[in-house]
Each structure stands twice: as structure tokens, then as C-alpha cells.
Design a binder for this molecule. Structure first.
Ligand code: ADP
Ligand code: MG
Length: 238
């Protein structure tokens, strides 16, 4: 269980600064959505938090621990990617077990967790299949299952539904919201879709061109947008 803090974080690629002075406080067990147009720095922010990208300046904390120099596997987080990034040659079971095997978790515990998680996601009957034998929605659940078995303190999801068709996406949204309620962990969810952000987030981080525009509840963003960008993006009346 842990909150997350971005403390004056910058990210530079060569001469380009793609995240500028980002300061955000995410509470333990909160469901926070990062939203903003394509290229505004959502994925880069998450990747810095996950340890997949170096932080150019500033600090990121998970709980009360500064993680700037902590290896990704030791950050107590799990990430679900847009592409799902499943291993094509492994069964669903092995995809889900992989992270735990790396951490030398005892076989019996791996087996319990994989079956328990698969059951809770409705994919227990798919454990022997390989990714190519699954539908898009099923693959998405496997990707989530692979994150759940690790029992992370913080869940990161980067546009996890963008490969699903509209109908499945609506189902998957409510499935992820329920998952958050059941797991009682911190969720950080990235989307470029303002409707998705407004329906899923308890608070929303609005980014534009690498800068924080506003962090607030859906209600406040809609009724009290801090600037023209937020008002225009969220579609509020002002
Ligand atoms: P978003 O996820 O909001 O669409 P990204 O975080 O992926 O945006 O990208 C933010 C900006 O950083 C973009 O302008 C992108 O081109 C740039 N960028 C991302 N990764 C790299 C990289 N490895 N090298 C150079 N520029 C990058
Ligand atoms: Mg992105």
C-alpha cells in the first residue's frame, strides 16, 4: 500500500524537455487518471515512475521511499501496457507466472496466485492457451492478471483499453473500476480519452505539452476549469 509523489520532475530527451516541473501527490488507494492529448508526456511520466526511463531532474517517491535509483523490479509496482506485451511463445499460465518466477517465489505460491487471479478475471479456462489463441478482450485480461499476481502496491495502466472495440471498452472500464475497489491499491491510469478519464478517475491529472494544467475531481474540472486548455479539453461550459 502506497501513495505516489512527483516532486518537481523534469524529463529531457536531448534538447527537448517533454516533462516540465511536474509536482503531483497521489494518495494511497486513489484511482488517478492522467489525461491529455497525444505527445503531452503521459507515458513518459508513467515510465519514469516505473523505472523504465531515467528522471532528468526532481524526485519520484513511492510511499516514503525516493525511487530515482531503485531498480524497476524493486519498486513494488506493476504496469499494464497498451500493447499488453504478452510473451507469444508462453502459455497464459506462464505469462502470468513469469514475474513471480523471476523473484524466486515458491512454486506452490505461484500456482495459488495464478489460479486465484485467473479465476477472479474469468480466464481460468484459458491458462493452457497461447496469446494468439485469445481474443483482444481476453488478452487484455491476461495482461491485467500478470500484474495482479505480483500484488503490487501501485498499479500503472497506460491506455490499456485502446486496442479494444467500443463495446468491450465500456465493459472493461467497469471491470477495472471494480478491480480497484476489490484490490484496494493505488491505481494510475493513462488515457487520451476525456470521457474515459471523467468516468473512471476519482481525481484527474490534466497534462498539456509536458506541464500539469490541473489536478482535481471530475466535478471540479468540469465546473471550475483552471484555464482555457482544461475547459476546452474536458468540454466544460465556461
Ligand atoms: P503521450 O504518452 O502523452 O502520448 P509521450 O510521453 O509518449 O506522450 O511523449 C511525450 C513527448 O516525448 C513526445 O513529444 C515524444 O515524441 C517524446 N518522446 C518520448 N519518448 C522519447 C524518446 N525515447 N526519445 C525522444 N523523444 C521521446
Ligand atoms: Mg502514451
Amino acid at each position: 500500500m502506497a501513495g505516489v509523489t512527483f516532486d518537481h520532475v523534469y524529463k529531457r530527451f536531448g534538447d527537448a524537455t517533454v516533462v516540465t516541473d511536474l509536482t503531483i501527490d497521489i494518495h494511497d488507494k486513489e484511482f488517478v487518471v492522467f489525461v491529455g492529448p497525444s505527445g503531452c508526456g503521459k507515458s513518459t511520466s508513467l515510465r519514469m515512475l516505473a523505472g523504465l526511463e531515467e528522471i532528468s531532474e526532481g524526485r519520484i517517491m513511492i510511499g516514503d521511499r525516493v525511487v530515482n535509483n531503485v531498480a524497476p523490479k524493486d519498486r513494488d509496482i506493476a504496469m499494464v501496457f497498451q500493447s499488453y506485451a504478452l510473451y507469444p511463445h508462453m502459455t497464459v499460465y506462464d505469462n502470468m507466472a513469469f514475474g513471480l518466477k523471476l523473484r524466486k517465489t515458491p512454486k506452490q505460491i505461484i500456482d495459488e496466485r495464478v489460479h486465484e487471479s485467473a479465476k477472479s478475471l474469468g480466464i481460468e479456462h484459458l491458462l493452457d492457451r497461447r496469446p494468439r489463441q485469445l481474443s483482444g478482450g481476453q488478452r487484455q485480461r491476461v495482461a491485467v492478471g500478470r500484474a495482479i499476481v505480483r500484488e503490487p502496491a501501485v498499479f500503472l495502466m497506460d491506455e490499456p483499453l485502446s486496442n479494444l472495440d467500443a463495446k468491450l471498452r465500456v465493459e472493461a472500464r467497469s471491470f477495472i473500476s471494480k478491480l480497484h475497489q476489490r484490490l484496494e491499491t493505488t491505481f494510475i491510469y493513462v488515457t487520451h480519452d476525456q470521457v474515459e478519464a471523467m468516468t473512471m478517475g476519482s481525481r484527474i491529472v490534466v497534462l498539456n505539452a509536458g506541464r500539469l494544467q490541473q489536478i482535481d475531481t471530475p466535478f471540479n474540472l468540469y465546473h471550475n476549469p483552471r484555464n482555457v486548455f482544461v475547459g476546452g479539453f474536458i468540454g466544460s461550459p465556461s
